[in-house]
Design a protein around this ligand. Structure first.
Ligand code: DP6
Length: 326
């Protein structure tokens, strides 16, 4: 057979306990464990086709061919699949997000989870979830958390074999929603990969990493107990700890914009007035407002009215990466 093809779809995810900094930048062995919720409404669909007629990997994102470091990053994951399978053929990769990429919405998470699944299936490899999570991690750290479904914990581990993510509760265990306030839709200037490399330049990174185990236990328990008040406290603390590291790195990474702060302050006020919600921010200016599903319509209405918010997306908990018939 000269061509083999498979299509996979994967959700993005939002971290409640953040991954920031790597012990091994190439293998993406993180400085700390992390925990996230998959986002059902934010998906990447990727088709991979190995074809002996190709003279190089061809990578299309949103219908456009990409070259340079972006394509190389995809090729590195394909190389690992080729090595495992003893395959020489290059591949055609067609990847589409249903949300804006590069705006701090972790498009690399859904993209590399979908790539890992589609590429391994197209190559005829039958990987289990742990192996798939490890393969996705090699492409993008947070992508390893988009392989399993629902609420997911990534154990940092010590090497490639021990660093992968597993579900701690399925998507229907707790109906939280993520109301995402998009503050800026343009491509961010310093992406996560460069950011991770700066983490150790902050004197606060060691303190952040040392205190993750305590927050992780609290976040896991809050999810398992469906305790929103407990989750609120730990989610906001962890996000601010990461941004404290970012802001105090050399050079500093200040992702926040006026609209970011406006949403942060508004969330604190709404919560004080009885609306259950909490805020978390990734490597970008957008604010993820987490709330119980019942509160989501009211939270969404209020977020839309905050100055500086350009667009709002709402996501329920999402399932695992899956193969589909294209
Ligand atoms: C702030 O997974 O995007 O979103 O491994 O270089 O692809 P790479 O980085 P990435 O980093 C995510 C950082 C974060 C926090 C998180 O999702 O845990």
């Amino acid at each position: 057979m000269s061509t083999r093809k498979a299509t996979a779809v994967s959700c993005s995810n939002i971290a409640f306990i953040k991954y920031w900094g790597n012990r091994d930048q190439i293998e993406r062995l993180p400085a700390n464990d992390s925990l996230s919720m998959n986002l059902a409404a934010l998906t990447t669909t990727t088709t991979v086709e190995f074809d002996r007629a190709l003279t190089a990997d061809v990578v299309m994102i949103g219908g456009r061919a990409i070259t340079g470091p972006g394509r190389d990053r995809v090729s590195h994951v394909l190389d690992r699949v080729r090595a495992w399978r003893g395959l020489a053929a290059y591949a055609r990769v067609d990847s589409r997000n249903n949300f804006p990429s590069g705006a701090g919405l972790a498009s690399s998470a859904s993209a590399f989870a979908a790539l890992a699944l589609a590429a391994s299936a197209a190559a005829g490899l039958q990987l289990d979830e742990v192996q798939l999570s490890r393969l996705a991690r090699f492409g993008s750290g947070s992508a390893c958390r988009s392989v399993p479904g629902g609420y997911v914990e990534w154990t940092a581990g010590e090497d490639d074999r021990s660093s992968y993510a597993q579900s701690i509760a399925p998507a229907d265990y707790w109906d939280l929603h993520d109301v995402i306030a998009l503050i800026d839709l343009s491509h961010k200037s310093i992406g996560s990969t460069q950011g991770h490399a700066l983490a150790d330049t902050s004197p606060l990174q060691a303190a952040r990493v040392a205190t993750v185990p305590d927050r992780l236990v609290r976040a896991r328990q809050a999810i398992l107990n469906r305790d929103f008040a407990a989750l609120t406290e730990v989610v906001e603390q962890d996000s601010l700890m990461m941004h404290a590291v970012m802001i105090t790195s050399s050079p500093p990474l200040l992702y926040w914009q006026p609209g970011t702060l406006a949403v942060l302050h508004a969330v604190t006020e709404w919560r004080a007035a009885g609306l259950p919600c909490c805020a978390t921010i990734d490597a970008g200016p957008n604010v993820h407002v987490i709330c119980p599903a019942e509160a989501a319509p009211e939270v969404e209405r209020r977020v839309r009215a905050v100055a500086g918010v350009r667009q709002v997306l709402v996501a329920a908990p999402g399932g695992p990466a899956t193969l589909i018939n294209a």
